[in-house]
Design a protein around this ligand. Structure first.
Ligand code: PAF
Length: 289
């Protein structure tokens, strides 16, 4: 695996690979890699892309300074995992490489409705930061394929919108890849390593709630199931931020189950100091890689 810290060096390498006929498959990450990230690398490798992974903990997407400061940084371990997975290129820029003129000078995109609900409402400015850094990373990497995890469902929709806003939707294909889960259903996340052992034992409950939202779609109202899930999570010590049902295509929030569009259930909770999110597409038709 080749590691580049400078955009110019990365671009020189990528240009020669493009001339040799390779497609660039890009996996943007903030490091603290886990099996979910490696599954994205594997999907890109299966597609015969030249696989470029980036690790950059982007300060502009953290609305909570403490969350940024505590974000796990495990670069050496990450490099080992990427080498083992067969990743071709790691882009490991410093902050001055991504924001040479400071974070204020970089482009900011308006994601409209998507930025006003769920994660957008709970984490003001988060998606502005995500859009900003991902557009700069796209400029650096010039990928043909981008692979992102369904675990961050709303982020995937934001990136879809970013591609539309920037006119890149015909040049870059976004692959939304299935969430990878632990044995108890907990979605893999870099934040899981911040859970204490007792918290980790409880965390599978989030997925159980999603499954219950799905399984009761034909027999109960969403209001009732939402209340059951809220009570269950609260009884176990979680602080639920939202338990929501939405149209899986455009994330319009729904008050109740509907037979027409594919639906997605989304949950965000706090467990101690750690914030966890997860989702489940109820009638799964629209989110495969
Ligand atoms: O999902 C993440 O790890 C980050 O939000 C991303 C897409 C790498 C942007 O910093």
């Amino acid at each position: 695996m080749v590691i580049f810290k400078k955009t110019a060096d990365l671009q020189q390498y990528i240009t020669s690979e493009r001339i040799a006929g390779r497609n660039i498959g890009f996996i943007p990450t903030m490091g603290a890699l886990h099996a979910g990230h490696i599954s994205l690398i594997n999907t890109a490798l299966n597609n015969k892309d030249l696989v470029v992974c980036s690790i950059f903990v982007n300060p502009t997407q953290f609305n909570d300074k403490k969350d940024y400061e505590k974000y796990p940084v495990t670069v050496n371990e990450d490099i080992g995992m990427l080498v083992e997975a067969g990743c071709d290129v790691l882009f490991l820029p410093g902050i001055e490489e991504i924001y040479p003129e400071g974070t204020d000078k970089s482009p900011v995109f308006d994601f409209g409705y998507l930025d006003t609900i769920l994660e957008g409402a709970q984490r003001p400015g988060h998606f502005k930061g995500v859009g900003q850094v991902v557009s700069l990373l796209f400029d650096a990497v010039h990928p043909q394929n981008v692979y992102m995890g369904q675990k961050d469902y709303q982020q995937c929709m934001v990136i879809k919108k970013l591609l539309a806003i920037t006119g890149l939707q015909d040049k870059i294909r976004l692959h939304i890849c299935p969430t990878v889960r632990e044995a108890d259903g907990l979605a893999m996340s870099s934040r899981n390593r911040r859970l204490t052992e007792p918290q980790r034992m409880l965390a599978g409950c989030i997925y159980q709630c999603l499954v219950s939202i799905e399984s009761k779609a034909d027999t109960a109202t969403f209001e009732v199931v939402k209340k059951e899930c809220t009570d269950l999570l609260a009884a176990k010590g979680f602080i639920p931020e939202y338990i929501a049902l939405a149209n899986a295509d455009d994330l319009t929030l729904l008050n109740n189950y509907t037979p027409a569009p594919p639906m997605v259930a989304l949950i965000a909770v706090r467990l101690g100091e750690v914030r966890l999110i997860d989702n489940l597409v109820l009638n799964n038709t629209s989110t495969q890689a």
